[in-house]
Design a protein around this ligand. Structure first.
Ligand SMILES: O=C(O)C(=O)C[C@H](O)[C@H](O)COP(=O)(O)O
Length: 217
């Protein structure tokens, strides 16, 4: 992909984060589950999928899910420039990282991958803002201070929007989504590992549908 500026990356991640109230955070351990898992989430109303690079078949899962209709598939847990190269080669349309380093940001810009980089404090958010990133992941959301922390950042830093992730569930997601500086939330609760192992796609679709219909950004 052609090089991308921080401004264009932010614009693209805002567009992606506005497609649905929840970005499912996925750990795919068995490649034979990837397409069905993706289809269940998309059918439930959650088209934006983050496949974390935390399993051996994660890149193959990104490839498989990228071929599904109506989905937008990204790579999560990006840590190194090689992760970025691998994610782009697999077809990822965006990247997500738990934190941010200049090396990782440079790699994403060079590879043309819009990055949703993580911040957990005012200083981290301001460092990303200095680099031009106005759309950020707030991670680990609950552990770092939850909705009260994000609410406190909204007045001094109104130009930054967040996707809180980490400890977010159906029961607390709307509290985040009600904040003016939140576009969507991320979470693994819509794709629990036991349902994936059992290939219970009806269950996954039901969880996705509950999130898509009950939550509003
Ligand atoms: O590795 C990354 O880049 C991540 O995205 C980390 C995830 O956001 C959290 O692990 C999801 O947290 P839970 O929804 O509480 O399971």
């Amino acid at each position: 992909m052609a090089r991308i500026s921080a401004q264009d990356a932010s614009k693209r991640t805002v567009e992606i984060c506005e497609l649905a109230p929840v970005v499912p955070v996925l750990i795919v351990e068995d490649i034979t589950t990837a397409a069905d898992l993706g289809n269940a989430l998309i059918a439930g109303g959650l088209p934006v999928l983050e496949v974390t690079l935390r399993s051996e078949c994660a890149l193959d899962a990104i490839k498989a899910m990228s071929e599904l209709d109506c989905g937008v598939v990204g790579a999560g847990t990006l840590i190194t420039p090689q992760d970025v190269k691998n994610a782009v080669a697999a077809g990822a349309k965006f990247g997500v990282s738990p934190g941010a380093t200049d090396i990782l940001i440079d790699a994403c810009e060079a590879e043309g991958l819009p990055l949703l980089a993580g911040a957990a404090s005012a200083t981290e958010a301001m460092r990303l803002l200095e680099r031009g990133y106005t759309m950020q992941k707030f991670f680990p959301a609950e552990a770092a201070g939850g909705a009260p922390l994000l609410k406190s950042l909204a007045s001094p830093l109104p130009q930054i929007s967040f996707c809180p992730t980490g400890g977010v569930s159906l029961s607390n997601a709307q509290t985040y989504l009600d904040l003016p500086n939140v576009r969507c939330v991320g979470g693994s609760w819509v794709a629990p590992s036991d349902a994936i192992k059992a290939k219970d796609w009806a269950k996954v679709q039901e969880l996705a549908s509950a999130a898509a219909t009950k939550l509003h950004a």
